[in-house]
Write a protein that binds this ligand. Structure first.
Ligand code: UDP
Ligand code: MG
Length: 243
């Protein structure tokens, strides 16, 4: 992969027609000054609006925009996973298509990757800028429960704006909803994980796919599985060896 880019932006997309033109513009404004090679890998999760038609047009105009479309709606995790698999960059950045994750934070991610294997965005200080009270309260509770039960200190596990070296996810088993546990799973693989504050914009256009129920309860099973896995994983250190 000698001519593969340094950075792959991996973006799941479901009914984001109102956001795509602005997204591409904002990404190029943020990344072009850095003079690094990058690609944008978008997986259309079988949108019902004009997203796919627009993505094909953007892809035809710019080879750095690589797009694929699912045969049926598979969910955000699957779309993000398929994008990672299709990506070619040394570093992977996962972000939403709706501009809640601000591309202007991308240079800070790239910088932080010089010192860490995985960099997670946290919106704890910026939540109020883009979310209403219900969203803020529900994710605060969800993060507290998640950290308590999984013995973690990830301040914003629901934030999917993250950057990591490709090898961080090479051996992971992917499952639905795993995006909430990615920092923990990457740590379990022995990689270093840090957090940086990211801005939290209101959605540029369109509407959110999740409600409070999803935020608070849907991931509870997954949480128990991750807690179990973390407890039961091997912890050993070879002291000496010959040949
Ligand atoms: N998404 C997807 N498939 C789905 C639902 C969502 O690919 O079935 C994408 C969506 O287009 C967005 C990201 O996943 O880029 C996060 O979704 P959303 O913005 O609705 O979640 P929220 O930010 O409200 O938690
Ligand atoms: Mg969103």
């Amino acid at each position: 992969m000698s001519d593969s880019p340094l950075l792959s932006l991996v973006i799941p997309c479901y009914n984001e027609e109102g956001n795509l033109p602005e997204l591409f513009k904002a990404v190029s404004q943020a990344l072009d000054p850095l003079k690094i090679s990058y690609e944008i890998v978008i997986t259309d999760d079988c949108s019902k609006d004009r997203s796919w038609k627009m993505l094909k047009e953007f892809g035809a105009r710019d080879p750095r925009i690589r797009v694929q479309k699912f045969a049926f709606n598979c969910g955000e995790s699957a779309a993000s996973f398929a994008g990672m698999r299709a990506s070619q960059g040394r570093y992977i950045v996962t972000m939403d298509a709706d501009l809640q994750n601000d591309p202007r934070d991308l240079p800070a991610f790239v910088k932080a990757l010089e010192k860490h294997d995985c960099v997670c965005g946290t919106r704890v200080k910026t939540r109020g800028d883009g979310d209403n009270f219900i969203r803020i309260a529900s994710s605060r509770i969800a993060n507290w429960v998640r950290n308590k039960l999984s013995g973690e200190q990830i301040s914003d596990a629901g934030c999917t704006y993250r950057a990591f070296k490709r090898e961080c996810v090479a051996d992971l088993k992917f499952f639905k909803g795993m995006h909430r546990f990615l920092p923990t799973l990457i740590k379990m693989e022995g990689f270093s994980v840090t957090e940086i504050t990211v801005s939290n914009n209101p959605r540029f256009a369109g509407k959110s796919n999740y409600g409070v129920w999803n935020r608070l309860f849907a991931s509870f099973y997954d949480l128990l599985a991750v807690r179990w896995m973390k407890k039961r994983m091997f912890k050993y250190k070879v002291a000496e060896s010959i040949n």
